[in-house]
Write a protein that binds this ligand. Structure first.
Ligand SMILES: Cc1ncc(COP(=O)(O)O)c(C=O)c1O
Length: 403
């Protein structure tokens, strides 16, 4: 099929080697070599939109960058985005800015649980969901996601119901889910909401990936699922993933129930988030005001990359299969067909493919035999990744004599 012509060009991207991009600076420590193409941490090797950068350059025309408040207009731009794109109505008084969703999660853990209390996470999941809980002295209750007969990951509702005790105070939801790429349906979220409501459990819904959802799927903000869901939850939304501007470090927490808001605000103030970064304020506002078309085109580009990856895995399906993706730019690769132990699997990607991926096991024991690959790269880099992966898979296939 002929590819749609885009207004924005994602065929090339600037090199980040000479910047302090974590993806590059941590290569040697993580993979033992700099000779790997990094496809791990969840930011994109795609240029941050020009209109965002321009807003910062304009702001710097004023020669003083002192303490500044988040302007009303920035929160308004985000609220309008949430309404326009997700149908969620938010009052500006219910929004709190944060430099990090993970930091917001820590505030919420402190605000809604005590040491020794239990916090539920659904694994495999983004690793800070574990650390944030245990480092605050709370007990982690892991409810493994299960794969249904079509290989789709779903919540284990029966287990969830029986694992709750009077000490269970909080459930951390990743929606859409990193790393399995699910967009939870309204019905699935409603089940979670009903169970948590019944058991007085507060839900923190991390919706940082909610803008990168592909055709045919629709993100449902947890707070929109029902009145009960809105009452028991706090949600996080941000520009970091959507517009590749994690370095601006700005997101927000939305909390609608006044009782939850009061508790949250107490810890939020104690930690002192203050006014945040003046340059991020303008970047955040501009992204939300002008980003619709860029995002739509980005998603077309990302989906093309994903399809290329799927075509390759189809050729080598006895070795590698891709879990069907509904959201995010993180492919969850089922590599169990390679019959390698987790360390060998990581070494295979580093040594044979010269690619630095996240080991599936780092997302929980359910990730054993899996790897996570970030395909948010330019078309030029995607071709390189595919070539390296193909060569490595071909070598492995030949070694196994499996063809
Ligand atoms: C689910 C999820 N939450 C939070 C983050 C990080 O957010 P922040 O950089 O705002 O702390 C990530 C980054 O990969 C993520 O995948």
């Amino acid at each position: 099929m002929e590819k749609k012509r885009l207004m924005y060009d994602f065929s090339q991207a600037a090199s980040r080697e000479e910047t302090n991009a974590e993806k590059y600076t941590l290569r040697e420590r993580l993979f033992g070599t700099v000779d790997v193409e990094p496809v791990w941490v969840a930011d994109m090797d795609i240029n941050t939109p020009d209109f965002v950068l321009k807003s910062v350059k304009q702001r710097l025309e004023h020669p003083i960058v002192g303490y500044e408040e988040v302007p009303h207009s920035a929160y308004k731009a985000q609220a309008e985005w949430l309404q326009r794109r997700h149908g969620l109505s938010v009052s500006l008084e219910d929004m709190f800015h944060s430099h990090s969703v993970v930091a917001s999660m820590s505030v919420i853990i402190e605000a809604f649980s005590e040491e020794g209390d239990e916090v539920i996470v659904q694994t495999p999941v983004y690793p800070p969901f574990f650390h944030s809980v245990t480092e605050h002295g709370r007990k982690l209750l892991k409810n493994s996601l299960i794969q249904n007969s079509e290989g789709k990951y779903v919540f284990d509702i029966d287990r969830l119901k029986v694992m709750i005790t009077p000490k269970t105070k909080l459930l951390l939801l990743c929606s859409p889910h990193n790393p399995v790429g699910r967009v939870w349906s309204r019905e699935e979220l409603e089940e979670i909401a009903n169970i948590c409501y019944k058991n007085n459990i507060v839900v923190f819904s991390d919706e940082i990936h909610s803008d990168i959802v592909y055709a045919g799927k629709k993100h449902t903000p947890f707070a929109m699922v029902s009145q009960k869901a809105a009452e028991i939850s706090l949600s996080a939304f941000g520009v970091g993933k959507t517009f590749n501007m994690a370095g601006f470090a700005m997101s927000s927490v939305v909390v609608q129930n006044p009782l939850l808001k009061e508790k949250f605000e107490k810890v939020y103030k104690r930690v002192h988030f203050a006014g945040g970064n003046a340059l991020s304020h303008v970047a955040f506002e501009r992204a939300y005001k002008e980003g619709d078309l860029w995002l739509e085109e980005l998603k077309i580009h990302l989906w093309n990359n994903y399809e290329t990856l799927c075509e390759l895995s189809e050729e080598y399906k006895e070795l590698i299969q891709i879990i069907p993706l509904e959201a995010t730019y993180l492919a969850w690769l089922d590599c169990r067909g390679m019959e390698l132990k987790d360390k060998e699997l990581r070494d295979f990607f580093v040594e044979e493919a010269k690619l630095g991926l996240n080991a599936g096991i780092s997302f929980g024991r359910e990730g054993s035999g899996f790897m996570r690959l970030n395909f948010a790269v330019s078309s030029a880099k995607m071709s390189l990744i595919i070539e390296r992966l193909r060569n490595a898979l071909e070598t492995l296939r030949n070694k196994r004599g499996k063809h």
